[in-house]
Write a protein that binds this ligand. Structure first.
Ligand SMILES: Nc1ncnc2c1ncn2[C@@H]1O[C@H](COP(=O)(O)OP(=O)(O)OP(=O)(O)O)[C@@H](O)[C@H]1O
Ligand SMILES: [Mg+2]
Length: 240
């Protein structure tokens, strides 16, 4: 399946709408449908494990993790399910930019006992979708993500949501994403055309296998067909 994705222009930023990379009612039919297909496949994988939490990751930085996790969260929320998107990238957070919300306090501050979940969660950034931003960039992100307080926070939130989606840093740069392995059903891995190499993919598979966790699926982004490239240079997303 090949799907057109939004243009790189962020022309909606000024009028307060979400960035063009996120899907909305105005998005092309094919884009929305592709995320629905990805959503269905992820739901099947989750239901096999009777689980509701998964993380989105990739091998290198800038491959599209935050964009994909945001779009999956939007897609899941359209099913009238309560969804929480958590920005677990405590080093280069981006989810708050995509949804244009405040990030002065968030996940790191809850774990650091500076505030409570209710103080920092952004309710209904779109209907049914709550957003927990990363918060203040801490000196010790890995320690925070394997702390007992983080685990107990997620366990408490588990009861309040139908789906919880984690955006994470790249596995090839830091091991933070793998620290979530005991909380989640598995990883959705983003591969970017002309960026992710076979070596990257192999290293990532090795890391995930070593961590004894699961891959729920791959989403390939930035695909440009030669036919379309010659016309307008659209980007495509593919889900396997
Ligand atoms: N389909 C797309 N078409 C065009 N640009 C895209 C697309 N997806 C993402 N981008 C752009 O690529 C850049 C990186 O995207 P994103 O922040 O989602 O990646 P990331 O993997 O989360 O990065 P990081 O490793 O820094 O967290 C952003 O500038 C985003 O606007
Ligand atoms: Mg990101």
């Amino acid at each position: 399946m090949k799907i057109k994705f939004g243009s790189k222009k962020k022309k909606n930023e000024k009028n307060g709408e979400l960035r063009t990379e996120t899907i909305s009612d105005k998005s092309r039919f094919a884009i929305v449908e592709s995320y629905k297909a990805a959503r269905s496949n992820i739901m099947f994988s989750l239901s096999a494990d009777d689980d509701k939490m998964f993380a989105v990751t990739s091998y290198s930085k800038g491959e599209g993790k935050s964009t994909v996790s945001s779009n999956l969260a939007i897609s899941f929320s359209k099913m009238e399910k309560r969804v929480l998107l958590v920005d677990c990238d405590l080093r280069r957070p981006n989810i708050h930019n995509i949804f244009k919300v405040e990030n002065s306090i968030g996940l790191s501050n809850i774990i650091g006992k500076m505030c409570e979940f209710e103080d920092v969660v952004h309710r209904n950034v779109i209907p049914n979708l709550d957003l927990l931003p990363s918060g203040t960039i801490p000196p010790n992100p890995s320690e925070l993500l394997c702390s007992a307080r983080f685990v107990s926070l997620i366990r408490e939130l588990y009861e309040s949501y139908d789906y919880i989606i984690f955006d994470t840093p790249p596995i090839g740069v830091v091991a933070d994403a793998l620290l979530l392995k005991d909380l989640i059903a598995g990883f959705v891995v983003v591969l970017r055309e002309r960026s992710t190499t076979h070596g990257d993919l192999q290293n990532m598979l090795d890391s995930i296998k070593l961590a004894d966790t699961k891959i729920l699926g791959f989403i390939k982004v930035g695909c440009e067909t030669s036919k379309k490239r010659s016309r307008r240079g659209y980007y495509y997303y593919q889900y396997y």
